[in-house]
Design a protein around this ligand. Structure first.
Ligand code: NAD
Length: 261
């Protein structure tokens, strides 16, 4: 596949799904802007590994997306460095599990800021340039929880539903400008975050890790298999192809049948 030269910004890309998408774009010889809240010196190895994958350039932009000012500045910094952003993947997201009456206000605001507000800021900063050049791709990593609810995840479910609403709205605004805007809605994906939950839940429930996976974590996922980060990355690559130019305003479920129920 011959790919045109593109610049991609992937938020929250030092781990899990974001990292897999960044690796895929590096394979496609895109210039890749990585982001996380971690200090730059902790990710030099990761940047070098990505740089070695393809012919594009790789740079890291530290920004804690729970902070509105940092969130507002991120895309501008990437545009300052690479000249433009053609592909924006809003991937950064965090989780907190608690009944609503015990849900700390700070946790609520932090989840909304990282998952939703940051997407608002990055889209505002990058859409005008994409529209001017007549080509762009915005991919928001929502969740099956953008389409369905589970108890004790009020902030996560509310923000992921809101990300879906934001996706549809911006898709309509950008429809005639060569820019597509879509939400990928994964079910449970095997990432370091989930691996840690398995170990924690096994301890709490007194179950084996296999039992936790089948009976607790994968209970809503009919395939009873984790989605792999690379499956999300392949979809993120496909959405950047010209074959995907008519896919916009869509929620694309990769959830092992979860939302078929
Ligand atoms: P992860 O924890 O492995 O990676 C999250 C990334 O976001 C990391 O690079 C982390 O450094 C970064 N990040 C966290 N807080 C940040 C902040 N304040 N500022 C900047 N960066 C920050 O998580 P993951 O499982 O790969 O999840 C990625 C996205 O996919 C999230 O939006 C998540 O909600 C969504 N998702 C995950 C699953 C799953 O099962 N893993 C399922 C559905 C949706």
């Amino acid at each position: 596949m011959v790919e045109s030269k593109r610049v991609a910004l992937v938020t929250g890309s030092t781990s899990g799904i974001g990292l897999a998408i960044a690796q895929k774009y590096a394979q496609m010889n895109y210039d890749v802007a990585l982001n996380s809240f971690e200090p730059a010196e902790t990710v030099t190895g990761l940047v070098a590994d990505l740089q070695a994958i393809g012919a594009g350039r790789v740079a890291y932009f530290q920004a804690d997306l729970s902070d509105a000012a940092a969130s507002r500045d991120l895309a501008g910094q990437v545009i300052g460095h690479f000249g433009r952003v053609d592909v924006l993947v809003n991937n950064a997201g965090i989780q907190k599990v608690a009944p609503i009456e015990d849900f700390a206000e700070d946790d609520w605001h932090r989840i909304v800021a990282v998952s939703l507000d940051s997407a608002f800021h990055t889209i505002r900063a990058t859409l005008p340039g994409m529209a001017q050049r007549g080509w762009g791709r915005i991919i928001n990593i929502a969740s099956a929880h953008g389409l369905r609810a589970s108890p004790f995840k009020s902030a996560y479910v509310a923000t992921k539903h809101a990300v879906v609403g934001l996706t549809k709205t911006v898709a309509l605004e950008a429809a005639e400008k060569g820019v597509t805007v879509n939400a990928i809605c994964p079910g449970y994906v095997w990432t370091p975050l989930v691996a840690k939950q398995v170990a924690d839940q096994a301890r709490v429930h007194g179950l084996s890790e296999e039992e936790v996976v089948r009976q607790v974590i994968l209970a809503p996922q009919p395939t009873k298999q984790f989605v792999q980060p690379e499956e999300i990355a392949e979809m993120a690559a496909y959405l950047c192809s010209d074959w995907a130019r008519s896919i916009t305003g869509s929620t694309i479920s990769i959830d092992g049948g979860w939302t078929a129920k």
